[in-house]
Design a protein around this ligand. Structure first.
Ligand SMILES: [Zn+2]
Length: 328
């Protein structure tokens, strides 16, 4: 007598399963826990398939099994999943066809709820050292923060984002949903912009028996920018690099100088890189250059700075009172 394989059930599954899906980010809830997909473009169909797979238990005696699932969609939230399975049991082929109904309840997840509510754990305050950050600096910094947070977000911290930006007279505040991400981003910003960072915290309440703090990261952009012309102890300096210290070229002697923060206290900005004008370089020899004053069209002979190469056709100049300085 052959074994009646038709009556062997290859697999077990409930007839219906109901799940909660976040309509904003497509996370789904499993045993009270929200499951977030790393893939941000996951579809409801994908979730239904994943849930169906989790609920189908294949018998251990089935060999060489294959399971095919096909999702249908009725109305708003009913997703019947057709199951077709084939396997070998005791050397005979066995087929299974069944239906698993997945019902979806749409519910905004905890993370999306917090984001929508403007939740934040930290504020990054973008400021300048004795100055206000320029529009361009704010734009650039904001882009850098976004990029850094996006990277952290992709690594799994879903609160790594700006929930609010606030423009103030003295600078811009970025409200960040994740403190860990804000801290991480600030460490990088300090390096990128040669900025200084001060951290402070404020007790905002208690959660699960622990104190909850809100962090503030004050990020101060350096007082001077690369390209600035500054006056320091009677010398005119062209700032070439900003890091822990400032490197500059003395425009009257060509000597490269390094200044510590303390020495910068008396320094004053004379002009920015954008204030420099272009002047035609008429001729040059080893020690001098003839340039045409762009305002008066007069030819002026000047000492040739070491940073001006022989093949130059024009130079950048800055006028301070009656004095003309060639800048780098
Ligand atoms: Zn969500």
């Amino acid at each position: 007598m052959p074994v009646v394989h038709e009556f062997v059930s290859l697999l077990h599954h409930p007839n219906a399963v109901s799940i909660h899906v976040c309509p904003v980010c497509s996370a789904y809830r499993k045993k009270g826990q929200w499951i977030y997909s790393k893939n941000q473009t996951v579809s409801v169909n994908d979730i239904v398939l994943a849930v169906a797979k989790e609920n189908i238990k294949l018998e251990s005696f089935a060999e060489n099994s294959s399971i095919e699932l096909e999702v249908e969609h009725y109305g708003h939230s009913i997703y019947p999943v057709h199951i077709h399975a084939e396997a070998i049991v005791s050397g005979k082929p066995v087929v299974y066809d069944g239906l698993l109904q997945v019902q979806i309840h749409f519910e905004t997840c905890g993370v999306c709820n917090r984001i929508a509510g403007g939740y934040y754990e930290a504020i990054i305050q973008l400021r300048g050292d004795s100055r206000i950050p320029t529009e361009t600096e704010v734009r650039e910094c904001s882009k850098t923060i976004q990029k850094l947070l996006e990277r952290i977000n992709r690594q799994g911290d879903r609160l790594a984002l700006i929930t609010r930006t606030e423009k103030l007279k003295e600078g811009t505040n970025f409200y960040i949903a994740s403190n860990k991400a804000a801290k991480n981003a600030c460490r990088k910003l300090v390096i990128v912009y040669a900025a200084t960072l001060t951290e402070s915290n404020k007790l905002v309440g208690r959660k699960d028996g622990r104190d909850v703090y809100r962090m503030t990261y004050a990020l101060r952009l350096p007082r001077f920018k690369e390209g600035d012309i500054i006056k320091c102890n009677g010398s005119y300096l062209n700032v070439t690099r900003i890091g822990k210290n400032i490197t500059a070229v003395d425009l009257l002697s060509d000597i490269s100088v390094t200044l510590h923060k303390e020495q910068m206290k008396q320094a004053k900005k004379i002009a920015g890189a954008d204030d420099a004008k272009t002047a035609i370089l008429i001729s040059s020899d080893k020690t001098s250059v003839q340039i045409m004053d762009p305002d008066t069209y007069k030819t002026i002979t000047m000492r040739k700075p070491a940073f001006i190469s022989d093949d130059r056709r024009e130079v950048k100049i800055i006028k301070i009172n009656d004095e003309i300085l060639i800048v780098k």
